[in-house]
Design a protein around this ligand. Structure first.
Ligand code: GLC
Length: 727
């Protein structure tokens, strides 16, 4: 083992292993055929560090690790500083990049981005290859492994230890979590290098935060975008969109964002507007803005191949499109029929694409939705571009589509975000993407694509979103009510109850399906849906603060129980309830006709959010859950900021005050962050931060507030202490 500029290098039989540290708890193992370290993908933003190494017998001691390497085979054993074994290779293949690892005492595997699995993926195998899922399948189901995202990152955990592995390889990757052999974990790629990062922490939360350090954390969203979004494929005209806006206001349903799906364009040509159906586009958007709505429009990557169409002509003239191996523009088919695909891997192409947004933004468009960016292509059996299609990166570097495929969507989202930052510097950009790779969280929010209006998809969206959260994605959600098929009133109620506690909250449905806006069902449905959308607005400051935490540490807003209770075995499996932040337990109903459900409360004391009843944890209980009720529980010691609103003016509900709800029974601490919710002024310290301290006492619990920073106006704050019975 030799030290060099980048770290350590070991020459094995026919391959080299590079060991490089990216932090005390992050170590990279990269295998190559020669002495050069393989290039990282765009996912990695962490930088190598000096890890203060020493050697003890045959072990390298550096950072918080001890590492042992088998000289010829280059298999690795990783230990923590105390000598506890964390990871052990059985077989390494540097040529056909892959590794088999011994399963130690892990009881659960998590992460892997968007997957149709239960929370714990032990016993599953999966494939990461961005896919327009419906191209191959009539509906998402557990056997569908290739989903819209490819995030080759997993966490292995048990009550004894936790670690993460990020396989930095953008080719199609396959993972097996003790499915083929209950003692073996393996992963491999269709090309590229065996190049992965091992992260260790004392908790799953530490591992997630190490992953955030390595691949970046999500930017702070605009607070407005944490509100309710209403969409449909498609609102077909300006009048229709204005009617929806009007209905939302008339029904007193708070809503901040409306969407224009593909039909606002002329013949599905990106960066055009159908001026017949959307006459006075700019004025319409202005009217909606006055009513308090932001308008988001869809921009797909596929550019219609049509002579005289500006976007196509410019792209053709400048060689901005993906080509065939013989150098012609690769032509596929998406909504506009014949389509060419911009080569987002090159900065000049991203810049050109970014500039194309200028006119839409000048019309008042506020956010951009990038869809079909796996990329979807209807002409190939694979549903995407052929492996041998050619991309050209910066500095003349050539990539086959096989290598570029999984990062294509990330690069489109990057082009979009960078454009919005430049063209609307006063507002934090909103970009929504369907396809993603590790690191996409730096550029866009994500929704889980084309689900269906079936109870199974409501149910599976919970572990899917939880695993996305553990994979770096905090600003994420599923189409509320389901996209494909007809939603029933009952399903919409239950899905809205769940959606109200998920960061990205949008009702969206497919063309040709039953209308799914909240007023399309009975009055009872309307009343309950309205109640829960309003409840969401009571939690806006709380959710906004969680999103700030995501920005700072990579912690997801929505967390599986094991995130905070990793010493409780049940927490490793529960897929049908979750924590929003640390102290709020959300227990959605995911089946029709259910009036009771089972809830697990971890150790400690809890409050029923609705009744204030005090409950002891560390047990299962059966709770009532009639249609109008989403069971919610608050852990003792929690401090919840609740926004107070008035809805009388048919407007979104202006915030009047903030009430800190303090749940006694345990000491508590909450840091409240406040800023304008829109601009980047917080980067110039234009924000306030308060520390609220709850001191528990059986007779008289007390609350104290310290102002840490007051560079932004602090609203009126009320305090309510929720006592335990007998207090
Ligand atoms: C894709 C999207 C869906 C959208 C539709 C039409 O299927 O996933 O959300 O409505 O395309 O643009």
């Amino acid at each position: 083992m030799k030290k060099n500029d980048t770290g350590f290098i070991i020459e094995g039989k026919g391959a080299y292993l590079h060991i490089i540290f990216y932090g005390e708890n992050i170590v990279r193992f990269a295998y190559s055929k020669d002495k050069n370290v393989p290039s990282s993908t765009v996912a990695v933003v962490g930088k190598p560090v000096e890890a203060g190494e020493s050697f003890k017998s045959n072990r390298l001691l550096a950072g918080n690790f001890q590492i042992e390497v088998e000289r010829e085979k280059l298999t690795v054993k990783v230990f923590d500083r105390s000598g506890r074994l964390l990871n052990e290779d059985l077989k390494v293949n540097a040529k056909k990049p892959g590794v088999e690892k011994k399963r130690l005492s892990e009881t659960g595997f998590y992460g892997n981005g968007e997957k149709y699995t239960w929370l714990n993926q032990l016993g599953y195998s999966t494939v990461n290859y961005n896919s327009d899922v419906l191209h191959h399948n009539p509906i998402h189901h557990p056997q569908v492994q290739e989903m819209h995202t490819a995030i080759p990152f997993y966490i292995g955990a048990s009550p004894d230890f936790a670690y993460g592995i990020y396989f930095d390889n953008s080719y199609r990757t396959e993972f097996d979590f003790a499915k083929s052999d209950s003692n073996v974990i393996s992963f491999q790629a269709a090309g590229g290098y065996l190049d992965y990062y091992f992260m260790h922490g004392s908790t799953v939360a530490d591992v997630v935060s190490a992953y955030g350090l390595l691949t970046g954390t999500p930017p702070l969203p605009r607070k407005k975008y944490l509100g309710f979004h209403q969409s449909r494929y498609s609102y077909q005209s300006g009048e229709e969109l204005l009617t929806v806006a009007d209905q939302l206001r008339r029904h007193d349903i708070p809503c901040d964002v409306l969407y224009l799906d593909i039909d606002y364009t002329e013949a599905y040509k990106v960066f055009t507007v159908d001026n017949e159906r959307f006459k006075g586009f700019k004025k319409m958007i202005g009217n909606l803005k006055e009513m308090g709505f932001a308008v988001v429009v869809i921009i797909n990557p596929g550019v219609k191949v049509e002579e005289g169409y500006r976007v196509y002509e410019e792209g053709k003239e400048n060689n901005y499109f993906v080509t065939t191996p013989s150098g012609e523009i690769y032509q596929g088919e998406v909504w506009p029929k014949p389509a060419a695909f911009p080569d987002f891997l090159r900065s000049e192409v991203r810049h050109w694409w970014g500039e194309l947004h200028r006119e839409l933004l000048a019309c008042g468009v506020d956010g951009i939705w990038n869809d079909m960016n796996e990329p979807a292509n209807f002409t190939e059996k694979s549903g995407t571009l052929p492996d041998e299609a050619v991309h050209l990166g910066d500095n003349g570097i050539v990539f086959s589509h096989a290598e570029a495929h999984n990062i294509y969507g990330l690069m489109q989202a990057r082009a979009t975000r960078e454009a919005l930052e430049q063209l609307q510097p006063e507002k934090r950009p909103f970009v929504l993407t369907r396809a993603a790779f590790a690191g996409s969280q730096r550029y866009a929010a994500l929704w889980t694509g084309d689900n269906s209006s079936v109870w199974e998809h409501l149910e599976c969206s919970i572990p899917m979103i939880l695993n996305l959260g553990l994979s770096g994605y905090s600003f994420v959600g599923a189409d509320v009510g389901g996209y494909r098929g007809d939603c029933s009133g009952e399903l919409l109620v239950r899905w809205t109850q769940l959606g109200a506690f998920i960061p990205y909250f949008r009702n969206h449905s497919e063309i040709g399906t039953a209308r799914q806006e909240p007023w399309e069902f009975s009055n009872e449905v309307l009343d309950i849906v309205r109640k829960y959308i309003r409840l969401r607005y009571n939690f806006l400051t709380y959710i906004y603060n969680l999103m700030r935490e995501s920005t700072l540490t990579g912690a997801p807003a929505v967390r599986p129980l094991l995130y905070h209770y990793d010493d409780e075995p049940d927490a490793y499996h529960i897929s049908d309830q979750f924590l929003l932040g640390e102290g709020l337990m959300v227990c959605p109903v995911t089946r029709p006709g259910i009036t009771h459900r089972q809830v697990y409360l971890p150790r400690g004391q809890w409050f029923d959010y609705w009744t204030g009843e005090n409950l002891n944890g560390n047990r299962y209980l059966t709770v009532e859950s009639p249609l109008g009720k989403l069971p919610l529980f608050i852990r003792a010691g929690t401090i919840l900021p609740i926004d107070d609103h008035i809805y009388s003016d048919h407007n979104r509900g202006a915030q009047t005050a903030l009430t800190m709800h303090c749940y006694a029974g345990k000491d508590g601490l909450y840091r409240l962050y406040l800023d304008d919710g829109t601009s980047f002024n917080y980067r110039q310290e234009q924000y306030s931060e308060l520390e609220i301290i709850l001191k528990d006492d059986p007779v008289q619990p007390a609350v104290k507030t310290n102002i840490i920073k007051d560079n932004f106006p602090i609203p009126e704050i009320k305090y309510i202490i929720h006592h335990r019975p007998g207090q």
